[in-house]
Design a binder for this molecule. Structure first.
Ligand code: PRP
Length: 213
């Protein structure tokens, strides 16, 4: 049987997932010694880890070239897609928030507001839910710059510790929703390799529970 392929979001989620795999008892030496390699066998060669950018994790799982993926709920909400979201992994915890300059009275007045964000779909549905018409400007990184430079009235972005907002004179106006890492599964793999996938989900769930005690 070929190994189950798991796409991991490179960086923090990758490191947390590897910790979880090691807690389960999978040998992840290959990942620690990866160099520039992007596909790495782990465990007893029953699994293969693929390192990818968040949005690409969804693409690979959706197309079935990876059976499973670990990706943030932020990317899932923004990108959507057709796959099963089977487990909240309990790490990568942060939130989406509307933020602006300290003391801003954001909802005051009727003039249309401009929002900068890396997540235009999230921003669109948040304001649609409020019946507010806003201009959304897509920014690729360090969104906090937009209100500081006068490009936008506020931002919708990920807040983890709040340090970036604080150090730039910004504050949360309103929480949009909570975020954490999720395990996703290709719909065909879920049927074709159900037993192996169920066993893995079960082990990951147990590792998550054990961590919380
Ligand atoms: C994220 C996010 C904030 C920051 C929040 O950016 O977009 O800028 O982290 O974290 P904090 O609340 O702990 O300060 P990231 O580090 O992913 O970099 P980017 O802005 O270049 O995407």
């Amino acid at each position: 049987m070929k190994p189950l392929r798991i796409a991991l979001t490179k960086g923090r989620l990758e490191r947390n997932t590897v910790k979880m795999f090691e807690q389960i008892g999978f040998d992840c030496t290959t990942v620690h010694e990866k160099g520039r390699k992007l596909i790495l066998p782990i465990g007893d060669n029953e699994f293969e880890v693929v390192l990818a950018k968040a949005a690409d994790v969804i693409t690979y799982v959706e197309h079935g070239v990876c059976d499973l993926g670990v990706v943030g709920k932020d990317t899932i909400i923004e990108s959507g897609g057709s796959f099963y979201e089977v487990l909240d992994l309990g790490f990568g915890i942060c939130k989406f928030a509307l933020a602006g300059s300290k003391g801003i009275d954001f909802y005051r007045g009727y003039a249309s507001k401009t929002i900068a964000t890396k997540y235009p779909n999230v921003a669109h549905s948040f304001f649609e839910g409020k019946g507010m018409d806003v201009n959304i400007i897509k920014i690729e990184g360090s969104v906090e710059l937009a209100p500081l430079l006068g490009l936008s009235d506020a931002i919708i972005d990920i807040v983890e510790t709040g340090a970036t907002l604080k150090e730039n004179g910004l504050e949360v106006i309103e929480k949009v929703c909570d975020i954490s890492a999720r395990l996703i599964v290709n719909t065909a793999s879920m049927k074709l390799r159900k037993q192996e996938i169920d066993t893995l989900i079960c082990k990951m769930e147990q590792a998550k529970e054990a961590k919380q005690i």
